[in-house]
Design a protein around this ligand. Structure first.
Ligand SMILES: Cc1cc2nc3c(=O)[nH]c(=O)nc-3n(C[C@H](O)[C@H](O)[C@H](O)COP(=O)(O)OP(=O)(O)OC[C@H]3O[C@@H](n4cnc5c(N)ncnc54)[C@H](O)[C@@H]3O)c2cc1C
Length: 308
């Protein structure tokens, strides 16, 4: 990336510890504090082999004025007792974990060379929302394995041909706005409860719409119909909330998001349409099939239809 400043970062600190009396369930995404230090703190907890893992994470711009990971760790230890209803001296810490995830809007990253292909975190294929790079890799493993195999067997190893293996995915790009709506600029002033209110409302709406809407979202899969239903319901029943979010995320981000949103719709329609042409394309030479299958994968994964 030539030292380019990340478009956003996610700071994560946490521990795995023994001594929690309640360790049967986990939280994917929890929040119990208002905006603190110009950011919203989120928590995650789950049972682990050596006790219970708890994380504190937050989405930030990469502004040099932001606090350090050490500072966040201090807040983690201050807030953990309230989050888990436990005193620190009841816990035996097994290991600590900390890091920050940089992320870039220009993702996945296209390599500028022939015969070179990035896999894993180096490809920037992970969601700017969950930062689950390992999960993203597993999700795309079949697509990448088949694609790399076809590239090698048909000798499609030019920069252009390989770049189709890490295509633009509207399903990934739309999540940028969600991340943006959960963060606040260093100099920005918003209601300290705004992000909590937004999340509580959107999650309630998704829950009412049922598991087919909520579950994929919690698994980092964004689909056009589910997103449209959730946003429409939120806009109809909570229009005030939507108006508050616009100045927070900025008009540019919103316009940019709208383009990805419509592309998500387009990809949702293109995938089944192109799939019906598979018998026709299978009669073409293998090198032509390589291109057909890369576009088919792009439309499938780019619209979250790999979840079906
Ligand atoms: C705190 C934290 C929590 C996470 N939680 C989750 C989670 O819950 N779910 C999830 O899916 N993902 C999670 N991740 C992300 C996950 O760990 C990464 O996506 C995954 O490890 C990426 O694997 P990788 O092989 O692509 O890259 P890496 O694991 O980063 O491996 C790259 C390797 O290349 C080496 N290397 C770098 N430069 C060079 C060089 N010039 N020459 C030789 N070697 C080099 C590095 O030392 C490293 O060993 C988490 C990450 C962190 C930091």
């Amino acid at each position: 990336r030539q030292g380019q400043k990340p478009d956003a970062v996610c700071l994560v600190v946490g521990t795995c510890a023994m001594g929690y009396p309640n360790n049967k369930t986990g939280d994917i995404f929890a929040s119990f504090t208002p905006l603190t230090n110009q950011c919203q703190y989120f928590w995650e907890a789950f049972p682990a082999r050596d006790g219970r893992t708890t994380y504190l994470f937050t989405y930030l711009d990469a502004d040099p004025q932001r606090f350090s990971l050490e500072y966040l760790f201090e807040d983690y230890f201050k807030l953990l007792p309230e989050y888990q209803q436990i005193e620190l001296n009841q816990l035996t810490f097994k290991r600590a974990l900390f890091g920050f995830f940089p992320c870039y809007k220009n993702s996945p990253l296209k390599m500028p060379w022939d015969r070179v292909f990035a896999v894993g975190d180096s490809s920037g294929n992970q969601s700017p929302l969950s930062f689950g790079g390992f999960g993203a890799m597993v999700r795309h493993l079949q697509r990448l394995t088949n694609g790399i195999d076809q590239a090698l067997t048909t000798d499609q190893l030019s920069q252009n041909a390989l770049s189709l293996l890490q295509p633009y995915q509207p399903s990934l790009s739309v999540t940028w706005l969600f991340q943006r709506s959960m963060s606040v600029g260093v100099q920005q002033t918003i209601n300290p409860e705004q992000i909590n209110q937004l999340l509580a409302t959107v999650f309630q709406e998704m829950e009412q719409l049922g598991e087919p809407i909520l579950k994929p979202f919690l698994q980092d899969i964004v689909k056009f119909l589910a997103l449209t239903q959730t946003l429409s319901k939120t806009a109809i029943f909570h229009p005030g909330l939507i108006f508050k979010i616009i100045p927070q995320v900025g008009l540019n981000s919103l316009i940019n998001w709208t383009i990805h949103y419509w592309n998500l719709g387009l990809y949702t329609g293109l995938y089944p349409a192109a799939k019906t042409l598979e018998p026709v394309f299978n009669k073409l030479p293998l090198s032509s099939q390589y291109y057909y299958y890369r576009w088919l994968d792009a439309w499938k994964y780019g619209s979250g239809q790999d979840y079906d």
